[in-house]
Design a protein around this ligand. Structure first.
Ligand code: NAD
Length: 243
């Protein structure tokens, strides 16, 4: 028996990093997967049992609505949504154009809103569901050169609390995960020296791996493990932030 046997899980940003690791773990726990990403899904994920893929840009409201409807039609329901699609960009605030700010907000905050907005009705109809938003610890601690990203991620934490309050009475539990630095392509391009210095600052002395974040998503998605989490932000972060 897997923890998610027969459940239908939609994962955005499933083609890479935390989303892909979550897809692998959820499939191993018996979930049927609907993988949403703007980029193609890697071949190994396609073999994870009953999987559908939906090439979707999370900033496109009509496309997200369509993708959720396709999932519900194909799989019959949506039990779990993990919103992991995200991008990171660094630019000093005094050089940050409004367009660059808007773009990060569109993907990292509005994309999370859209996925929840169009998945939640299926959960409410069923009287049960789990929404797990991948925020970032930077939304709690801030970060220089990251005003747009930090604002988006703090927004995801706030959005999570608002949705949690509104949807819990309807049986839908909404929570966030705020990872610390995780070894994925998102930060893969950073200089080695930055990575060494950053890792040395962490109480654990190292970055996390996507496979070490996925179990937190599983906890929140599963029962009884996730049954009394409402509006929380969990922090798999190597000890960097202790709220
Ligand atoms: N890696 C870290 O250190 C770290 C730390 C904290 C939070 N996060 C967050 O975790 C989430 C996953 O990041 P990751 O590290 O796995 O990065 P990643 O780059 O490995 O994966 C991100 C995925 O999102 C997809 N994506 C990007 N824009 C999209 C769009 N408009 N529509 C649909 N899909 C889109 C990408 O194609 C990619 O597959 C992000 O929200 C990120 O902000 C990452």
């Amino acid at each position: 028996m897997g923890a998610l046997d027969g459940q239908v899980a939609v994962i955005t940003g499933a083609s890479s990093g935390i989303g892909a690791a979550t897809a692998r773990l959820f499939a191993a726990e018996g979930a049927r997967l609907a993988l949403l990403d703007v980029n193609p899904v890697p071949g190994d994920l396609l073999g994870l049992g009953e999987v559908t893929t939906h090439v979707t840009d999370v900033t496109d409201a009509a496309a997200v609505e369509r993708a959720m409807a396709e999932v519900a039609e194909r799989h019959g329901r949506i039990d779990v949504l993990v919103s992991s699609a995200g991008i990171l960009d660094r630019v000093p605030f005094l050089e940050m154009s409004p367009e660059r700010f808007d773009h990060i907000i569109a993907v990292d905050l509005r994309g999370v809103f859209l996925a929840a907005r169009y998945a939640a009705p299926y959960m409410v109809e069923a009287g049960r569901g789990r929404i797990i938003n991948i925020a970032s610890q930077l939304g709690i601690k801030g970060g220089a050169g990251l005003a747009h990203y930090v604002a988006a991620k703090a927004g995801v934490i706030g959005l999570t609390k608002a949705l949690a309050l509104e949807l819990a009475p309807m049986g839908v539990l909404v929570n966030a995960i705020a990872p610390g630095p995780i070894e994925t392509p998102l930060i893969g391009g950073r200089p080695e020296e930055w990575k060494r210095e950053k890792a040395a600052e962490l109480p654990l002395g190292r970055f996390g791996r996507p496979e070490e974040v996925a179990p937190t998503a599983l906890l929140l998605a599963s029962s009884p493990g996730g049954d009394i989490y409402v509006g929380q932000t969990l922090g798999p972060n190597s000890g960097d932030v202790m709220p």
